[in-house]
Design a protein around this ligand. Structure first.
Ligand SMILES: Nc1ncnc2c1ncn2[C@@H]1O[C@H](COP(=O)(O)OP(=O)(O)OP(=O)(O)O)[C@@H](O)[C@H]1O
Ligand SMILES: [Mg+2]
Length: 469
């Protein structure tokens, strides 16, 4: 019986304190929350064994509690302060990354680099940066799973851009309360001492997924890193934040051309056309699910490879495009991918998740956010008919090559342009050649990124209505 009473007393005190901070009487709280005055009084007196989760939610909503306070209230049900409650359960079994729903294609080299960074004692702050939908979260998830599985390390996965993420936020689970608590500490600041003492000297991986705010390294985060010497932080972001002392890992789209192995360069007769081309392998998996009737012949694979190329190997673009296969043939899809890639990647409205926004809009935001010099370079790149070098684009713009090189570097970091692989047999030391992504090219050519005149990212349904030209 004592075990059941202690938590309710703790909860009663937490509720009273939260209500006081909200400046509400018991009657007012009852009116706002639809919980009866009598129930609130009993809760505050510690006369309810274990308050129901729904009741806590109603009360917290009515008091408009911040994430931190809400988490503290939820944890008080267990009869302890936030830190103490979590200390009792904090372990690798308690904290783990969300399980992937689908297989990972490619990314071997990137995973090796991350394994090395996260396995090293010195590297403690790593940011994966790249275009929307390029696969930053998916890669971080895989890396976190490996850290969790191999080292038995607790992994706290914080969806910074989706507070109500269904995978991590199961109401009432201590892990969910912890996620809310840590996320609000990092985003809003607060007393981080308790969290620092929870991590202590234990190895922990904190993943800040979709951390777009600037400056990203909040004082709370830096303090945690300083206080907890075995804490590591992995960030995914569309923006290339500069963390003092942190590592940046720019993530390129999935390769659409052969990367290694016997098929590198020129496919040999008999080689699988998709081998060593992760974008093509991924797209084929979507195609075979959308159209199980389609035999994956060499000609189908070749068309799929061309679609991948037209969509720059961006996984989210491939997924959206594949969903149109319900309506169009593969050949029609290729025509659309070449003529109107932006409309294609928006995906049918019925399949849009609605949480991350349409890819076209996100890409448009990435271009709009560039400095004028970056935009000018992008426009110059788009006006070139074939891949260009830094010197060529510098000449076109009438700027010194060193200045153009800086801007090319920035655009590569953003992922808006790509470097073409060296030609087989080409002379070593030849200057690199670059191309603007096809999706970005359409955006820039239509001027659709700054003030959309309707020509850039027109709604997919509008463009699809007539089918491919
Ligand atoms: N290597 C891959 N293999 C298979 N699927 C992938 C791969 N990379 C990404 N995906 C899938 O593509 C979609 C977009 O990936 P993800 O959410 O990781 O992108 P992101 O870069 O985090 O985007 P955002 O900037 O919007 O957060 C997801 O459905 C993901 O599962
Ligand atoms: Mg993401």
């Amino acid at each position: 019986m004592t075990n059941r009473q202690a938590p309710s007393a703790e909860f009663g005190a937490a509720l009273r304190s939260a209500r006081g901070t909200a400046g509400l009487t018991q009657e007012q709280l009852a009116g706002l929350s639809t919980v009866s005055v009598r129930a609130i009084r009993n809760l505050e007196r510690g006369q309810v064994g274990r308050p129901r989760k729904d009741t806590i939610r109603l009360l917290a909503d009515a008091m408009r509690l911040s994430d931190t306070r809400r988490a503290a209230l939820e944890l008080a049900v267990e009869g302890a302060s936030t830190g103490k409650a979590l200390r009792d359960v904090y372990s690798a079994e308690f904290a783990f990354p969300p399980s992937p729903l689908r297989s990972l294609f490619g990314r071997g080299a990137e995973l090796r680099a991350l394994d090395e960074l996260l396995g090293s004692e010195r590297e403690r702050l790593v940011t994966i940066v790249g275009l929307p939908g390029v696969g930053k979260s998916r890669l971080a998830q895989e890396a976190a799973l490996r850290v969790h599985a191999h080292g038995g390390t607790p992994v706290l996965w914080l969806p910074m851009d989706r507070p109500d993420d269904v995978v991590t936020q199961v109401p009432g689970r201590p892990q969910s309360a912890m996620v809310s608590w840590v996320r609000s500490l990092i985003a809003e600041g607060g007393n981080h001492e308790e969290l620092a003492s929870l991590f202590g000297d234990k190895a922990t991986l904190l993943v800040l997924d979709g951390h777009e705010v600037s400056p990203a390294a909040s004082p709370a985060l830096m303090h945690l890193l300083q206080s907890c010497r075995r804490l590591k932080v992995l960030v995914t972001s569309r923006r290339s934040h500069h963390f003092p002392g942190g590592r940046l890992l720019p993530l390129a789209p999935l390769p659409t051309t052969c990367q290694s192995g016997p098929a590198a360069g020129r496919p040999l007769p008999g080689d699988s056309l998709s081998a060593h081309r992760p974008a093509v392998e991924l797209m084929l998996s979507y195609v075979s699910h959308m159209r199980p009737d389609l035999l994956l012949t060499d000609s189908v694979t070749a068309t799929v490879a061309e679609v991948c190329e037209a969509l720059d190997g961006i996984p989210q673009a491939l997924e959206a495009a594949a969903s149109w296969l319900l309506l169009y043939s593969l050949d029609q899809l290729l025509v659309l991918a070449r003529e109107r890639p932006l409309a294609l990647v928006e995906g049918p409205a019925s399949l849009s998740s609605g949480t991350t926004g349409a890819l076209g809009d996100l890409l448009s935001a990435a271009v709009t956010g560039l400095r004028p010099r970056g935009k000018a370079l992008l426009a110059a790149g788009v006006s070139q008919d074939s891949p260009w070098t830094v010197d060529e684009v510098a000449r076109a713009l009438g700027v010194p090559p060193a200045e153009a090189a800086q801007d090319v570097h920035a655009l590569l970091l953003h992922g808006l342009i790509r470097q073409l692989p060296a030609e087989p047999g080409g002379a070593a030391g030849r200057p690199g050649r670059f191309a603007v992504l096809h999706l970005v090219r359409e955006l820039v050519a239509a001027g659709g990124y700054a003030a959309d005149d309707g020509g850039g990212a027109r709604p997919a349904a509008q463009l699809m209505a007539g089918g491919p030209a």
